[in-house]
Design a protein around this ligand. Structure first.
Ligand code: GUN
Length: 297
């Protein structure tokens, strides 16, 4: 029987644990705060940001939302980040990506105080992760590790194929999995759009993590029996329904399910973990900035 990995269940468990840490902070007079900044008209980005805010509210993290007209100059965004960096009630800052083309994304990431960089995208935090001393682990790959752990999938010594080399998922996923640490110690191959024979790689994997942003790129013919499949993709594709679209992952679920020993669905797989780990990083940031011990799992 193929196990369908329930991201909502694992995410809720983590959120419940974090609620206890928020109480600990409150007892010390600290309300953890997350600022989200959206400089985009994209419907999916708006949805993601509002889900993040709602998740904050549910466990007692104060959320502050800032919308910036995507047609304004990048100075407006930079000034806003500066103000949030200075605001002691804001422990975490998240600028939803992508930003408009006229805004230098790297400059935005570098502007955020690394102690408030709950995405883990600032070069200082990327460097710490690569050096094996992470401060804020990027939310989605950290969530994938938590999902694998909750499914009793040990990564040590396993051949893991990561499909996709993005700064948000593929690269940090690789760095987490090769760490000499729990849920690390894997042999990792990162595949991407120039990989010559993707199926040959995925067929020989113990674990496939699909994060290329290409709808249904990986199907059952590309997998061996007993592979664990984690689908990070979230794409809107046209559909003949009321909304006019449906959400699909990077994995063709029905055929992959026939082969995999365990698989994450889309939605309801990795997504809830991304949000849970953002809350995790925000609680951690609040602890680091205030000196309150929030010892996290
Ligand atoms: N856009 C897509 N995923 C993410 C994420 O994890 N963080 C931010 N800031 N933007 C994103």
């Amino acid at each position: 029987m193929t196990r369908i990995i329930d991201g909502n269940e694992v995410g809720n468990r983590i959120r419940n644990e974090l609620e206890g840490r928020v109480d600990t902070l409150e007892q010390q007079g600290v309300t953890p705060g997350l600022a989200t900044v959206l400089m985009s008209d994209d419907g999916a980005s708006e949805t993601y940001v509002s889900m993040k805010q709602q998740a904050c509210d549910e466990i007692g993290i104060e959320s502050y939302h800032h919308e910036i007209d995507p047609d304004t100059s990048s100075d407006v965004l930079m000034d806003r980040i500066d103000a949030l960096n200075e605001n002691p009630g804001v422990h975490g800052i998240l600028v939803q990506m992508p930003v408009p083309d006229h805004v230098d994304e790297q400059a935005v990431l570098e502007r955020i105080d690394p102690m408030k960089d709950v995405d883990g995208f600032h070069p200082e935090n990327v460097g710490r992760l690569v050096a094996g001393n992470p401060r804020f682990k990027p939310c989605t790959p950290h969530g994938v590790q938590k999902l694998l752990a909750a499914t009793d999938v040990e990564t040590e010594g396993k051949d893991v194929i990561v499909v996709g080399r993005s700064d948000i998922v593929g690269k940090p996923m690789m760095n987490l999995l090769i760490q000499k640490a729990p849920m690390g110690n894997a042999t990792v191959t990162v595949c991407h759009s120039r990989t010559t024979d993707l199926a040959e790689k995925t067929k020989n994997a113990d674990v496939v993590i699909a994060a290329a942003g290409v709808p249904e790129l990986v199907d059952g013919t590309m997998l061996s029996e007993d592979t664990v499949v984690v689908d990070v993709g979230v794409s809107r594709v046209d559909a003949d329904n009321e909304r006019g679209y449906e959400i699909v992952g990077d994995v063709e679920f029905e055929s992959a399910k026939q082969k995999a020993s365990a698989i994450t669905p889309v939605p309801g797989g990795v997504g809830p973990l991304t949000i849970a780990m953002l809350l995790y990083n925000t609680v951690k940031a609040a602890g680091l900035q205030t000196g309150v011990d929030v010892t996290l799992p």
